[in-house]
Design a protein around this ligand. Structure first.
Ligand SMILES: [Zn+2]
Length: 231
């Protein structure tokens, strides 16, 4: 059976990317990072998703990116709250950017892929809703692929590990529709940047998620601080 490493954050995009990997017949090895994010709840969601997808293994790596800091997700910086249009039209890199996060995570995934002899790494990166993140662009993944081919024993021996970004060009609504089609349990996903019991409904991530569900024509099954936000 072909094997895939799936970066499973506990969010919507990585859940759908993992469901796509499963749908393509891969045996899944999931990895999640406890990197000091405020929204630790996503790690609990990742565990539930891993169970749901019946992954072969689920590794949780602890790497403290608080030591590096400088992101609203790993420090006391204010978490942005913007409207949907403002988020989509912004060309600035948001405060929630975590320095080199995808490079750090993909590097772990690459090492693990070699050990498991995996054929592919699935990452739920998306460049449509968050065009501001440099490490979510297709050209970034193309370069990472070149690097991976050069940097690994498998690559040199002609067994390249493919970097798969199945939702990269999809908008949030299409990702959610695809997820429903594949039976993704969205009640086990978490997007809010804040670490609250319920989702805040106001941070950029909540706004994008709520808008995506609305556009897709589905109700978001998770709880919000103010349920009026989810109607
Ligand atoms: Zn939120």
């Amino acid at each position: 059976m072909k094997r895939a490493i799936c970066l499973l954050s506990g969010g919507v995009d990585s859940a759908v990317a993992s469901a796509i990997a499963k749908d393509h017949g891969y045996e899944i090895y999931a990895i999640t990072f406890d990197y000091g994010q405020r929204h630790k709840k996503e790690i609990e969601c990742a565990k539930k998703l891993a169970e749901f997808f019946r992954v072969r293994e689920h590794k949780i790596f602890r790497i403290d990116l608080n030591e590096i800091g400088n992101s609203a997700l790993t420090s006391n910086k204010k978490i942005p709250e913007r409207g949907i249009e403002e988020i989509k039209n912004s060309r600035q890199i948001p405060e929630t950017y975590v320095p080199a996060r995808n490079t750090i995570m993909l590097s772990f995934a690459l090492a693990y892929a070699e050990v498991k002899g995996a054929d592919a790494i699935f990452i739920g990166a998306n460049c449509i809703d968050y065009s501001g993140y440099p490490d979510c662009r297709p050209e970034y993944f193309k370069k990472f692929q070149e690097m991976a081919d050069l940097a690994t024993k498998m690559g040199v021996e002609g067994r390249k590990i493919r970097i798969e970004t199945p939702v990269i060009e999809m908008n949030k609504a299409d990702i959610i529709k695809k997820g429903f089609e594949l039976g993704v349990p969205f009640q086990y996903t978490w997007s809010c940047y804040r670490g609250g019991e319920k989702a805040c409904g106001k941070c950029d991530s909540c706004v994008l998620r709520l808008n995506g569900f609305k556009e897709a024509g589905f109700r978001d099954p998770i709880e919000y601080e103010n349920e009026i936000q989810n109607q």
